[in-house]
Structure formats: structure tokens, C-alpha cells
Design a binder for this molecule. Sequence first.
Ligand code: KE4
Length: 405
Amino acid sequence: MTVAASLFPGGVNSPVRAYRAVGGEPPVLVRGAGAFVWDQSGRRYIDYVGAFGPLVLGHAHRAVVEAIEAAAEAGGSFGVTSPGEVRLAELICARMPSVERIRFVNSGTEAAMSALRVARAATVRELVIKFDGGYHGHADSLLVAAGSAAATLSIPDSAGVTRSVAAQTLVANYNDLESVEALLARHSGQVAAVIVEPVAANMGVVAPLPGFLAGLRGLTQSSGALLIFDEVITGFRVAPGGAQELYGVRPDLTVLGKIIGGGLPVGAYGGRADLMDLVAPSGPVYQAGTLSGHPVVMAAGEATLRQLTPEVYASIEHEAARLEAGLRVKGASVARVGSLLTLFFNDRPPRNFREAKASDTAAFARFFHSMLDAGVLLPPSQFEALFVSAAHDRSVIDATIEAIA
Ligand code: KE4
């Protein structure tokens, strides 16, 4: 796509799509249906990218396409609340009881950024704790990296992020409660929130160790900081009520995206009513969005959630477990939570980002390309997750296992 290269930085509209981590030229994909995508030469691939999470039903699910068509026919965004927003919000709040009030936005980034603003307003504190390897979108305050051991302050993880912004975000180690405790003690009374991916999926899939999430709940409660679950990936993916249902831990605020938009641009943040009532126009925290709650996006999200019945979760779980067994190749280890999987070229599943980074990324790149040659499209990075959808039926999983062999 040389034309794309002249139009977009790196020829892409999101960096991971440039295949820098695995090398080679990305295929140009033109169509998707169910578990499959086709490139412009007509070649078919089994797709485990699934738009990086939203397509839990697979590509172009009939019910979702029809809902989008009907909503589009009925006109665009009206600039006032419409029934579709209410219906989707009711579905989300019914499945995630911790979400008593919700605000739709247009990306996970916007949702995470807004949730932090609410937390800072609610606690009148300035610092936020995130985890090394945790990704919450590209808001300045979330693009920070752990400072070197000596420098206890965080450093920017992107050009253009200022040191003063980075200094307000502290970085702890995933699955390491002591690292959180130490930061809370050192900055006593100053931490507004801890934001965490309850199942990390941006360092590859790293599950929370037993007690980790409950430990975060206790530490935040006792220190006066809020607990924010970033469920942009895990929400309605790892269980009907997301990771907070799966692990039985109730956050103060939840960040959502991906699945709730059925593949269209979406984000949402929500949680305790007393916190969300701080958001304009009912409170002093300003946040707005021209196309927030767009009827077509709401229709796609509603159609998707309505398809996600216990039976569908059970069948996705069954096939994902079969894929996990099939992924056990020599010299690699598999991490899986529900329909999220990562094959780590590592002698055991990592428990944090430092261990994940020790994986053999060159071996992953070779595996990626051999699978691509065999007609299986994996996410182009060791630090992403494979997504199994409801459309990945027995025959698709069998074909994938064959390709692995
Ligand atoms: P968006 O702003 O990209 O909609 O969402 C940001 C985000 C927030 N929280 C979590 C846990 C996320 O995983 C993401 C975005 N995920 C990446 C892939 N892991 C999106 C792919 C991309 O950047 O192109």
C-alpha cells in the first residue's frame, strides 16, 4: 500500500498494524465474514485479530449488520439522547452491577482519560498508579514508563509527553502488591486512583495471580484511592459481567470499549453513582463528545451483547480451550483467560511485563509468518492477544491446530 505510506505515518492509522514487531508487509484485507478475512488477491485467512477485541461474534454477524443498517436508515446522531443509548446502557449496567451510572465516549483512550479525571476530582488528589506493561490508550498521563530503579519518578513513554505530566503517574509491577503498597506509602494521601487491566492483555495475556485484584481492592480502600478496572478488552469478553464478575472484585470505576460497540468506534466509563454524578452537566468534571452515544454504534453494541448468551460463552470457552491445547508447541507456553490467548516463546507464562519481555520475540515473528503462510492471521506482536470469537467453530479450530503442526 505505497499510497497509504504517502498518506499516513508509517502507512497506518494505528502503529501495531505496520507489522514492525514481526517484519514484512501486512496483507491488505478487504472483507471479513465470521472467523475469516480475505486479502485483495482473494486469499482467505482464519482471523485471530478480530479488530483487536471488538468482534467477539466474528466479522459481519447478521444481527449486527442488520442493526447497523436499520439505525443508519433512521438517521445519524440527533444531538440529544436517543433510545438506543438507553437500551445499551441498561444492558451494560444489568451485567456489570458496579456500573450504576455510565457515560459513552468514542474510544477506550477517551474513557480511561475521563475516568482518571473523575478520580482526581472525587479525591482531590493528583497522582495515579498504573502498571508496567499496562496499556490504557494514548492519553498523555497514561503514556509513562517506570523510571529506572534510581529515578523513582516515572518518565515519559512517548515523545511529546512532558516530564511534569509523567511525574504525576506512578508505575507499579503487575501481580506485585508490595510494589503498590510501597508507592501508596511513599505518596500517602496523594494517590487518586490505581488503574489496572484486571487481566493484562497488552503484554500478551497475563492473568492476575490469586489475591492480586482483591489485594488492590483492599489497598485502595484503606489508602483512600479509587480502584479503576480497565475492561476495554476483558469487558463482556472473559465472562458475561467481565473480569469483575470472573474474579469477584468490585471496582469504583470501570473503563469499557471494543465489544460494547460491536466493532464500531466506542468507549465508556462508569461506576459508582456518587462518582459519576461529578461529571458535567450534573457535576464539575467536564467531558463531552460530538458523536458520543451515536445511534448506529449503540445499535451495533446492543445487537452484540444480546447475542452473548451463556451458551455462546460456553461454546467460545470450549473452542478456546481446544486451541490452547493445540498451541502447545515446543519451547513456548500458552496463557489463556477465556477466549483471550497468547503463545509466549518463553519457558513459562509470564507473571509481569519484565518476564514477558524476556520472551523470544524473534521466534514469535517466525511463528507469526509461518502461520500467515498457512492462512492463519495472528495479532502481529508477542505482546498482543489472540481473540477467539463465536464464529471460530470446531472446524476452524481444527484447521488452526493443523496449521500449527
Ligand atoms: P482505544 O483508544 O484504542 O479504543 O482503546 C485503548 C485501550 C484501552 N485499554 C485497553 C486495555 C486496551 O487494550 C486499549 C487498546 N488496545 C489496543 C491493542 N491491545 C488497540 C489496538 C491498537 O492500538 O491499534
